[in-house]
Design a protein around this ligand. Structure first.
Ligand code: FAD
Ligand code: MLT
Ligand code: ZN
Length: 546
């Protein structure tokens, strides 16, 4: 029998051509705003040859009523807003169906669509302050928007709210290479920041498949988790300071670069994960780690989720300080990526496996890390915890393996419609939710060949106890939604999980927050909202139950 290490290396040699050209920083390139491909993404769902307009959220979710406390936008409002902004910063549609505004009205999943006719794109914090103060005074509702990659319907309007986009707030303010602190505008694209830091020997403490489009302000506003949380922790730890504009125009300037500061309430924490409901984040100060000298990535195939857990336990024990990611997906997710051939991905393992795990190590000594990873994988093979695996041999192969994981959301969204759930829960029941939902939809007769539901997929950040359950269907359908919700939320509550691990609440989960937070806690959140935003103009209808 071949030594496990030799088998891994051979398997790799056969499967990952060195000639593949994937650029590390463009793992999943989302279409940029206002390109011609936008119509296919925002506003028009493309299912095969057929093009269908995304229905208005207000027509689908009829329990939502426009709050009459908000004024309708008039020509006088538009004229005044124009005086507050630099030229070219205001977009005014002729109708809510206007192509220029469609990208701002429609979300990444083509699930939610608002009716806004005004997009303001301030270039400075001062402009944001003037716009918000005016909107507050005139009782005009505002939806803050970054890269519009949010997955819970929080980043687009429901009715005619003004969209305040951070697109043009996109400058790095300063970087200190000694402490690694970066201070930048909220509208900087995550990938641009990663590039900027890469040239200076640092990395961002967070990484997402949406990095090509999402903004750091949007990341902070959603408290995004992503692929590096296991190693570098959440934004509640790495964000050192924020600059925030409150609805009345007050600028809370706290772009601290200090690691320690115990002077009073830590107000920035309230804005991390507040999803645009308390104010607009205009600047971010964030601690960035040194770029690791040695990065290794391995992909392994496993028989069951029980084996995935054993592999994870082993990774914590044997790779401990160098383990930087432990991501898992099931066979259905792998199929979908192959079927949609996102970025020409193909499975480098010779055979199909029920589960796949991508694990990454990041350290300072390549030889040491290679040895540790090799010994760990060998042990897993010997104990039959993994059935096959490959280790990337160069930067291109690292990218290829990562893109198998990062392409999953895009592959799911190509199926027509995707119902996304993002649950935190104890690892022993992690995958059981996927199986239970599959069984439920099968029993209801809606899942299977030629049926409405085409796939039930599980993937996620096992290292963080965060499952992504995705249900793909031919189209969004109220009856299917009723079969899944609140079932999934009840399920999460039963196992003391959270109904939103990292995507936030937005419009989608606002009515269900009670499954994860007690009445008195929700009450306190409502009171906090009132303190910051007494007229409720910031991102209405979202985040908290109405
Ligand atoms: P938007 O979508 O524009 O906005 C999101 C929310 O934040 C909205 O409520 C909006 O009102 C508010 N907001 C935006 N900017 C500001 C601001 N400056 N001030 C105040 N409020 C603001 N999420 C994860 O956590 N982990 C992942 O691994 C991950 N991967 C993804 C992969 C793909 C392919 C996609 C499409 C999405 C993924 N997401 C992930 C979800 C999403 O990308 C993140 O939530 C991201 O942080 C949103 O940033 P954004 O700039 O696009 O914000
Ligand atoms: C991911 O982990 O890929 C993201 O959170 C996006 C998603 O869940 O689809
Ligand atoms: Zn995720």
């Amino acid at each position: 029998m071949l030594a496990a290490r030799t088998r891994l290396a051979q398997s790799l040699g056969a499967a990952l051509p060195r000639t593949t050209t994937l650029a590390r920083l463009g793992r999943v390139h989302l279409p940029a705003l206002s390109t011609s491909s936008f119509l296919a993404r925002r506003g028009f769902a493309t299912t095969g040859a057929e093009e269908k307009t995304v229905p208005y959220t207000a027509d689908k979710l009829t329990y939502l009523k426009r709050d009459p406390a908000f004024n309708q936008i008039t020509e006088e409002h538009v004229a005044h807003l124009r005086t507050l902004l630099s030229p070219g910063s205001l977009l005014v549609g002729q109708s809510d169906n206007d192509n220029d505004l469609l990208p701002y009205n429609t979300d990444w999943m083509n699930k939610y669509r608002g009716k806004s006719q005004i997009v303001v794109r301030p270039r400075t914090t001062e402009e944001v302050s003037k716009v918000l103060a005016y909107c507050n005074e005139q009782r005009l509702a505002v939806v803050p928007q970054g890269g519009n990659t949010g997955l819970v319907g929080g980043s687009v309007p429901v009715f005619d709210e003004i969209v305040l986009s951070t697109n043009l707030l996109n400058k790095v303010r300063k970087f200190d290479p000694i402490s690694g602190t970066l201070v930048c505008d909220a509208g900087c694209i995550l990938e641009s920041l990663e590039n900027y830091l890469g040239d200076r020997g640092h990395i961002m403490p967070l990484d997402l498949g949406a990095k090509g489009s999402c903004h750091i302000g949007g990341n902070v506003a959603t408290n995004a988790g992503g692929l590096r949380l296991l190693r570098y922790g959440s934004l509640h730890g790495t964000v050192l300071g924020l600059e925030v504009v409150l609805p009345d125009g007050t600028v809370l300037e706290n772009l601290s670069t200090l690691r320690k500061d115990n002077t009073g309430y830590d107000l920035k924490q309230l804005f991390i994960g507040s999803e645009g409901t308390l104010g607009i984040i205009t600047g971010v100060s964030i601690l960035t780690p040194k770029k690791p000298n040695a990065v290794n990535v391995a992909l392994v195939g496993l028989k069951s989720f029980e084996h995935v857990q054993q592999a994870f336990l082993g990774a914590r024990e044997n790779l401990s300080e160098i383990l930087s990611a432990f991501e898992c997906w099931d066979k259905s997710a792998a199929h979908l990526v192959q079927a949609h051939s996102v970025q020409g991905n193909r499975n480098p393992l010779a055979e199909e496996h029920p589960f796949y795990v991508l694990l990454e190590t990041s350290g300072s000594n390549k030889e040491h890390d290679d040895e540790k990873l090799g010994a760990y994988l060998e042990k897993l093979m010997e104990n039959e915890i993994i059935d096959d695996g490959v280790i990337a041999q160069d930067a291109t192969q690292i990218l290829n393996l990562w893109s198998l994981r990062e392409s999953i959301p895009e592959a799911c969204s190509k199926s027509g419609a995707v119902y996304k759930y993002d649950i935190s829960m104890p690892l022993p029941v992690f995958y059981q939710m996927v199986e239970d939902v599959r069984a439920r939809l099968t029993a209801a007769g809606v899942y299977g060949p030629e049926k409405m539901v085409t796939d039930v997929i599980g993937y996620g950040h096992v290292g963080d106890g965060n499952l992504h359950l995705n249900i793909t269907a031919k189209k969004y359908d109220g009856e299917i939604t009723k079969l899944i919700e609140p079932y999934v939320y009840e399920w999460a509550a039963k196992y003391s999980g959270s109904i939103s691990a990292e995507h936030g609440l937005g419009l989608m989960k606002a009515p269900y927050v009670g499954y994860s937070k007690s009445g008195p806690m929700i009450d306190m959140m409502k009171r906090i909202k009132k303190v910051f935003d007494p007229h409720g103009i910031m991102n209405p209808y979202k985040f908290l139950p109405q």
